[in-house]
Design a binder for this molecule. Structure first.
Ligand code: SAM
Length: 380
């Protein structure tokens, strides 16, 4: 079986979590850099990575990496790739990418050069002057970083955070991959009480339930590489069977609450589609009027951010209300993601640790409160 070098882009801050998952899956040569995790393996690794990865955005095969500070070098490097091995006749091959700190800055121009080089190679190998592109797509991605070009083939297609169950998002839903990373950081195990009191469309609670049940996030969806001619079709059913065999019942008590009944209806529908509705108790509740002092377990949540000044006041009132509802943090693990630098003073407790995480393009902190050590009180 041929060995490939894979590159899995992820949100900044999530790299080590994603690398840990790939190591647990037994992948080889796992290493990470900012926003990317690399590993090696064959077709079976390609299928398992797509089906099992909870934290990455897509799985790419790195086809080439070479210096390219001008269009000639970019063209030559791309033309050397054996595209005829990767693209079947009739396949479409759109090109996307980005450039950072490089001399080649025009993305449309780079796209044209890469497309032209791949097309010329295919036409010369196939002895034709015309390429039909009416078939399934194999998306080419490129990055130019400090004048070095990396050329990738995207095996995923629709990004991995689109698990297929969140058809109803509501306002400001968090990305599923980020929700999964927060659940991982909270050290939630399937035998604990879990609560998201500001659940919106239910993403965090649903990711907690999927993890507790050990359900692979991509088990129900399709991937572009299922149409790739060089991937043995048998690897997909083998990877899905292996993932199904790893599922287990979970005694976890998972609760998802929100002040808005429409959010709770959406969250319930999403949980049904994800196949975990039986694991989650949904209820309408205003957290600022709740008494969570007796709660023992893991609370992971994503409060509204409030970009305008007037919104910021209600965001601070909500942080204060959440702190009051919880009272003492003894016996509670609390994880709150927010870009608000003043969160701790309104919540009333200094975090045991903070970790940078990006919610899309927004730099946020995950405020982490551990149950063992009583955290210091702070007052706004
Ligand atoms: C940023 S959204 C959460 C998004 C969620 N993580 C998702 O993926 O859909 C914040 C949620 O807090 C809810 N909320 C605001 N104030 C609340 C309160 N006092 N009690 C309970 N929920 C509240 C809002 O209705 C909204 O759904």
């Amino acid at each position: 079986m041929k060995t490939y070098e894979f590159c899995a882009p992820c949100l900044i801050g999530v790299e080590s979590i994603a690398a840990g998952e790939f190591r647990r899956l037994g992948f080889e040569n796992v290493r990470c850099e900012d926003g990317r995790v690399y590993f090696t393996g064959g077709d079976d690794t390609l299928a398992r990575a797509n089906i099992c990865s909870r934290y990455c955005e897509r799985i790419l095969i790195r086809l080439a990496s070479f210096p390219a500070d001008n269009f000639d070098l970019l063209f030559d490097g791309v033309r050397q790739i054996a595209w005829e091995d990767y693209l079947a006749p009739g396949m479409a091959f759109p090109v996307k990418g980005y450039s950072l700190r490089s001399k080649l800055t025009s993305i449309p121009a780079c796209q044209r050069i890469i497309k032209k080089a791949a097309a010329e190679r295919l036409m010369s190998k196939r002895h034709t002057a015309w390429l039909e592109e009416s078939g399934p797509a194999a998306r080419i991605q490129f990055s130019l970083i400090r004048d070095r070009a990396d050329i990738f083939l995207d095996t995923t297609g629709t990004p991995l955070f689109k698990r297929g169950w969140r058809t109803e998002g509501g306002v400001a839903p968090i990305r599923e991959t980020l929700a999964a990373a927060m659940v991982d950081l909270s050290r939630f195990r399937g035998d604990m009480h879990f609560l998201d009191p500001l659940c919106g469309s239910g993403t965090i609670a649903i990711e907690a339930a999927l993890k507790a049940r050990r359900r692979a996030p991509g088990i129900e969806r399709r991937f572009d590489a299922q149409c790739f001619p060089f991937v043995n079709p048998a690897v997909w059913s083998a990877a899905r069977e292996e993932a199904r065999a790893g599922e287990m019942p979970s005694p976890a008590v998972i609760e998802a609450r929100d002040i808005d009944p429409a959010c709770i209806r959406r969250a319930e529908a999403n949980a049904r589609r994800a196949g975990v509705a039986d694991m989650i108790r949904f209820s309408v509740a205003d957290v600022t009027k709740s008494d969570l002092s007796a709660f023992r377990g893991v609370l992971v949540t994503n409060p509204p951010y409030g970009e305008r000044l007037s919104d910021r006041e209600s965001v601070h009132a909500l942080a204060r209300g959440l702190g009051r509802a919880l009272g003492s943090l003894d016996g509670k693990s609390v994880y709150v993601i927010t870009p608000d630098p003043e969160f701790e003073s309104f919540f009333g407790h200094r975090a045991n640790r903070k970790r940078w995480l990006y919610n899309g393009m927004m730099k946020c902190s995950l405020y982490m409160y551990f149950p063992a050590k009583a955290s210091a009180h702070v007052h706004a």
